[in-house]
Design a protein. Structure first.
Length: 395
């Protein structure tokens, strides 16, 4: 089997002859047209109480219940597709798949309730302004707030402790993404207490999660009594001191988002530093290997999901930063990443890939799951990235 790295490089010749001739607006139209068809196909294969998880190596659709951390991404992708296309069939699917999460709060939840509810109910309310979607946003934010510890000044990520680990108050970098649920609810309901929790968590993460080069650890464990950081580890990356690609993607997205949501200059500065770090380390085509420090590069797997998340963040950062040079580089990287993901190396042909858009994402290599497969969050952030880029370039 030819390594994906070789496949991607070969595909770049195709990219330069096709998508490079298309404007981003034209490319967006093409991608969302494909999304309409693919998502209808994917929805047709879903049970009424299940969410898509991934497509395995035998092309079988693996689904999850609503408790899975990714259960909000497919409805989110449907809402983004409806927003772009106005397709009424997609609208009905968006409503149906959002409502699947209606009893989520009857179950035990963790920090990922932000992914689950803000990407589904959050978009439902933002796009339709129908009040029926709004209460769940507040209820979910209030549930997330119960995970806050005023001593550590963080929201606890996980309640489980795997065998061989010694965690007391684990916080993963992914948790930065769930702060948007808090800030969204704060705006909608004038709940400054929720915003303050998000700010406290972002501040603590900024102090303890980053290395001097602005790469991030995946997990920091805190002493819940003293509040001090006691362990710096990885759970999904190559090594404790490596730069797990999706973790780096969460940081640039998370601090760019928090800069937009709060106007706090320190967050924008942090996002700028992270961007500079990534711009130095990303491969020529913009799509990272699953871990920047893997010992198998350049023969190791790329992660389309990390590339899509970064592309969305780079697009937004380019509009927020006052550094004109960094704004240009960020916009160019976002466009490069989107165009690479829209190439045959990553983008599925209509009717294939189980209804997912993107191929070649990496979930958890150390855990042995979701390796080189389509993933719902890769599709979601890909659509968000191309939407942001289209809006950016139209002004």
């Amino acid at each position: 089997m030819k390594p994906l790295f070789t496949t991607v490089i070969a595909a770049m010749t195709i990219v330069s002859c096709t998508t490079q001739e298309e404007s981003i607006a034209q490319l967006s139209d093409k991608i969302f047209s494909l999304a309409e068809k693919q998502f209808i196909l994917l929805a047709d294969n879903l049970p009424d109480d299940r969410a898509p998880k991934y497509l395995d190596q035998k092309d079988s659709l693996i689904t999850s219940d609503i408790n899975w951390w990714c259960s909000g991404f497919f409805p989110g992708s449907l809402w983004l597709t409806y927003e772009k296309t106005g397709n009424e069939e997609i609208l009905e699917l968006a409503k149906k798949n959002t409502l699947k999460l209606s009893n989520l709060l009857d179950h035990k939840t963790d920090h990922d309730i932000g992914f689950q509810i803000n990407n589904s109910y959050g978009h439902a309310y933002r796009i339709t302004r129908d009040e029926k979607w709004k209460p769940m946003i507040l209820a979910a934010a209030e549930r997330l707030a119960t995970r806050y510890n005023p001593v550590t000044k963080t929201l606890k990520s996980w309640d489980f402790v795997p065998e061989g680990r010694d965690w007391t108050w684990p916080v993963i970098i992914d948790n930065m993404m769930n702060l948007e649920l808090m800030t969204n609810a704060a705006k909608l309901y004038h709940r400054n207490d929720l915003k303050e929790i998000a700010i406290a968590h972002a501040n603590t993460t900024l102090q303890n999660h980053f290395r001097k080069d602005y790469s991030t650890y995946h997990l920091v464990d805190y002493d819940s009594i003293s509040g001090n950081a006691r362990l710096h580890q990885t759970f999904q990356g190559f090594a404790d001191e490596s730069a797990w690609a999706r973790g780096q993607a969460w940081t640039i997205y998370g601090y760019t988002m928090m800069a937009r949501e709060t106007g706090i200059e320190t967050y924008l500065q942090q996002a700028e530093h992270i961007a500079e770090y990534l711009l130095e380390r990303l491969p020529e085509d913009g799509i990272p290997f699953w871990d920047f420090d893997s010992d198998k590069i350049p023969e190791d797997l790329r992660d389309a999901s990390a590339g899509a998340i970064m592309a969305s963040a780079f697009a937004e950062l380019s509009a927020l930063t006052k550094d004109k040079n960094l704004a240009l580089k960020s916009r160019e990287m976002a466009e490069k990443q989107v165009r690479t993901l829209a190439s045959p190396a990553y983008l599925a042909e209509e009717g294939t890939n189980g209804g997912f858009l993107l191929k070649h994402s990496v979930g958890n290599i150390p855990g042995g799951t979701e390796i080189d497969v389509p993933l719902t969050y890769a599709d979601y952030y890909f659509l968000e990235a191309i939407s942001r880029l289209t809006s950016l370039l139209s002004h």
